[in-house]
Design a protein around this ligand. Structure first.
Ligand SMILES: [Zn+2]
Length: 480
């Protein structure tokens, strides 16, 4: 499978950017030896045009940034965020959310609207992209929503989105589907429109059974109410739909050893299946519910340590393609309600790189595996072009950090709206210190630049912000 076919993209699609010479950095995942040479990265019009040992590139009077010998990785690509704007801006917003992204080293995001208005028409998705472009500080893609309402305009929607989101199961957010024949028809429509289906996989009948079995449930039983079996059966069904309809499937936020095994087998079968997980499914387990209470209430639920270990193995062997946050913010006074009334979801985009580096510090992933899971492999899993690699021709998105410098997470100080975190009080390393997006400095020495005044009011419009992500090629994505 050829993932990148950038030759097929007209140059005019490139959104451009700044000129910058980034000097004296170490390409971290490639070479962590202390004797590794310092490198310079040249960015012209937003794209990397040369990488060479420090001093070998001509300065030519261009703007320079001295990296101070810090570690450099590509800007992170978070393939799964909910910024709730428009619709529920008291929970988040594009300016505040994308400030959180920059704090976490994220320069590209894929956003999923799970509050009205859903993107089920060409007008809705076009309006949405224009709205986001005036507010996001990072580059972005928005998913379409796959409902029977979307089918008449699906080809027009498909031309504007990386993929189309389908909820299997009704009880999360809005727009869920639980009729098997309807779901099969939606897979067929997506394949015909040439776009990948991104699926939230939880079987509604098993979720109903879980609620019935645990009528007085607490946060500690959330993983039993929304069981491992509910995910496994739903993944099995989604793969059967893919096998029948063709096209491509991306399983979002995979949480179980059983689900991972089904994806492994489907990949071996040659099906175009991708899967991503979220930091909480590998850094936390259901045993943490005792101390975190409903902060850890997310859908799908956080499962056992054994499930987390299976996901890590799958990240290493390529079964799971990447890590996306599923950043799903709620106000703290909603999350401190009793179990039945607390909404599901947690924020984490502000911490994506330090959380991913934590997996290296724990010995779970190599540096190269960790970086790939939030950069190039994440981009590939959503067919995003030009992002996630420090290579000539790719966008000049760079994050600098010190892997040995640690800091204790203070949730109240994080830039996104929630001000609470499951990782509050945890000592993490490698907080991004410099963040560059298409040659433009978004964060310098830990300070996010360029946004003055109110801290991202919902109505605030930003200049020179993020641009729509480009897809790997202008061609149908039916790989089957
Ligand atoms: Zn989500």
């Amino acid at each position: 499978m050829t993932i990148f076919d950038r030759a097929a993209l007209p140059a005019s699609l490139h959104p451009g950017g700044d000129d910058l010479l980034l000097r004296n950095v170490r390409l971290w995942a490639l070479d962590q030896s202390t004797g590794a040479p310092a490198m310079d990265i040249s960015i012209r019009a937003g794209r990397i045009d040369a990488i060479a040992k420090t001093g070998e590139l001509a300065v030519e009077g261009r703007r320079e940034v001295d990296g101070g010998g810090r570690a450099a990785i590509p800007g992170l690509v978070d393939v799964h965020v909910h910024f709730r704007d428009p619709g529920l801006t008291y929970k988040e917003g594009w300016v505040r959310g994308s400030r959180g992204a920059i704090h976490g080293g994220v320069t590209s995001i894929v956003e999923v609207q799970n509050c009205p208005p859903l993107s089920t028409s060409v007008k809705a998705i076009s309006d949405r992209l224009a709205y986001v472009e005036s507010r996001s500080l990072v580059d972005f893609g928005c998913l379409g929503n796959l409902l029977s309402d979307s089918v008449p305009e699906l080809e027009g929607i498909a031309a504007r989105v990386p993929a189309i989101k389908l909820f299997l199961g009704c009880s999360t957010g809005v727009g869920g589907q639980d009729d098997p024949e309807e779901i099969r028809a939606l897979f067929a429509a997506a394949a015909k429109a040439g776009r990948m289906v991104v699926a939230h996989c939880e079987d509604q009948a098993l979720l109903n059974a879980g609620e019935k079995a645990y009528p007085e449930a607490t946060a500690e039983e959330h993983h039993l109410v929304r069981s491992a079996e509910a995910e496994v059966e739903s993944v099995r069904f989604a793969i059967s739909c893919l096998r029948q309809a063709g096209g491509a499937l991306h399983v979002f936020h995979i949480t179980t050893a059983g689900g991972v095994q089904l994806v492994r087998e489907a990949k071996a079968e040659g099906l175009a299946v991708f899967a991503t997980t979220a930091p909480h499914y590998v850094l936390l387990s259901c045993e943490d519910a005792g101390r975190l209470d409903c902060f850890i209430k997310v859908n799908p639920s956080v499962k056992t340590k054994a499930d987390g270990a299976a996901i890590l193995t799958a990240l290493k062997d390529g079964t799971v393609d990447g890590i996306g946050t599923d950043h799903a913010p709620h106000p703290i006074d909603h999350k401190t309600r009793e179990y039945a009334k607390a909404p599901s979801g947690m924020p984490s985009i502000d911490l994506l790189w330090p959380l991913t580096l934590e997996l290296v510090r724990r010995g779970d992933l190599t540096a190269a595996e960790a970086v790939a899971s939030v950069t190039n492999r994440a981009a590939d899993s959503m067919r995003i072009a030009d992002k996630g690699r420090l290579q000539v021709g790719f966008d000049g998105d760079v994050v600098l950090f010190d892997p040995l410098k640690t800091r204790t997470v203070v949730a109240a100080d994080l830039p996104s709206t929630s001000k609470w975190s499951c990782y509050n009080g945890m000592e993490l390393a490698g907080f991004p210190e410099v963040v560059i997006r298409r040659g433009e400095l978004l964060m310098n020495e830990g300070v996010i630049l360029g946004i003055d005044g109110p801290d991202g009011d919902a109505g605030e419009v930003v200049a020179n912000g993020g641009k729509p992500l480009r897809l790997e090629a202008v061609r149908p994505h039916n790989l089957a």
